[in-house]
Design a protein around this ligand. Structure first.
Ligand code: KG4
Ligand code: ZN
Length: 355
């Protein structure tokens, strides 16, 4: 079985070919054309520019993915595409191209949720995660803790109340005048900075207060929700107070700010592990490419319980790519026992939710 998938939800145009082997799903190609160089002069993704670049890139990227996998369109059994969430103009390019491919070849098309893709990047690893799973998805647009009792079954147990973790990195980099995207730049600078140089507040949210049967308010439970906007404001206040920043300041501020973001992600992840006792904990999304987060979270989870395996995909599979979408499609085909219906009657959905 071979699947060709497309991903164009933000600023990466990507196509991948996945093949089923005795060991499970394996990527034969995963071509990513990044638009970072185009957008970086604007300090962030410009939606109209992104859509136009996807139109230019999508056919060459598909051709490259087919060539690398030594496959032709006739050898593809299923097509798959990210339907949402993401930028509408970007999504439409992938969705309409995928529909054309499915229609022209008569093969089924599977519409997918981008967030599922990030989670399923972990199922491309040789050693598969085991259920129940806790997944932490931290990207530029989302920060969610998810409980998975089985394949394609998601219960959101924590999500951000304001900014996403990747957004916190990107906005922090803007405040420090470092450029775009913020995550990789801040993490590189942080390597030679002192993470204890600046104090940032500890973020610790609670659930909304509830009443007991006698009508009295009870102490609210600790929450697994996230909030990053306070850290961004704290950084802004420090920077305003300092005036012109030296290179040393930028390194120390990057390291301290990164530590505060990671502390918050780790704290809530441990809360989820204590509450749900998963067999595997998986980290995914663009922020999962962060080396320090991978080390800290992995170490803390091992310290909490020897029975939980910690998994994170290789960095190229953490940021947006079509390979992770092909992996999701593979498990959908398996669940439907091959009887998947082609779906051409759908449109791009910028606000698609996980369920
Ligand atoms: O998953 P992704 O590629 O796109 C979305 O679906 O949003 O994530 C992009 C986000 C950006 O905010 C970027 O700054 C962040 O992931 N990111 C990182 C690192 N690499 C990318 N954040 C922290 N450390 C990194 N090394
Ligand atoms: Zn993403």
């Amino acid at each position: 079985m071979k699947i060709l998938s497309l991903e164009s939800s933000c600023d990466e145009t990507s196509a991948a070919v996945l093949s089923e082997t005795k060991e499970g799903p394996v990527l034969l190609s995963n071509v990513v054309s990044s638009q970072i160089d185009i957008h970086k002069k604007y300090g962030g993704v410009v939606p109209e520019v992104a859509a136009r670049a996807h139109i230019e890139n999508i056919i060459p990227v598909i051709e490259e993915a087919l060539k690398e996998s030594k496959t032709t369109l006739a050898g593809i059994d299923y097509f798959a595409v990210t339907r949402g969430p993401g930028l509408i103009g970007s999504l439409v390019v992938g969705v309409e191209t995928a529909k054309a491919l499915a229609q022209a070849t008569g093969k089924p098309l599977i519409p997918l949720n981008h967030l599922e893709g990030h989670i399923y990047a972990n199922f491309l690893e040789k050693e598969k995660p085991k259920f129940p799973i806790i997944a932490l998805l931290a990207s530029g647009g989302h920060t969610i803790l998810i409980l998975m009792r089985d394949h394609l079954n998601y219960e959101v147990i924590g999500s951000t109340r304001d900014d996403a973790a990747g957004e916190a990195f990107d906005k922090g980099a803007k405040i420090l005048e470092l450029g775009y995207p913020g995550g990789p730049i801040i993490s590189a600078l942080a390597e030679s900075g002192d993470e204890n140089a600046y104090p940032f507040p500890t973020i610790d949210l609670t659930e909304s207060p509830k009443r007991n049967k006698d009508g009295f308010l009870v102490k609210p439970e600790l929450s697994m929700d996230f909030s990053f906007s306070g850290l961004k404001t704290a950084l802004l206040n420090i920077v305003k107070g300092k005036g012109k920043l030296t290179e040393r300041d930028k390194k120390d501020l990057s390291a301290s700010y990164q530590k505060a973001i990671i502390d918050h992600l780790v704290q809530n992840s441990l809360r989820a592990v204590k509450k749900y006792h998963p067999k595997s904990f998986i980290l995914s999304g663009g922020v999962a490419a962060n080396k320090k987060l991978r080390e800290r979270l992995g170490g803390s989870i091992k310290g909490e319980s020897k029975n939980v395996s910690f998994k994170v995909p290789e960095s190229i599979l953490c940021t947006d790519n079509a390979g992770m979408m092909a992996a999701t499609a593979y498990y959908k085909v398996k669940k439907a026992e091959g009887k998947i219906k082609s779906d051409l009657d759908f449109s791009a959905e910028p606000n698609l939710e996980l369920n």
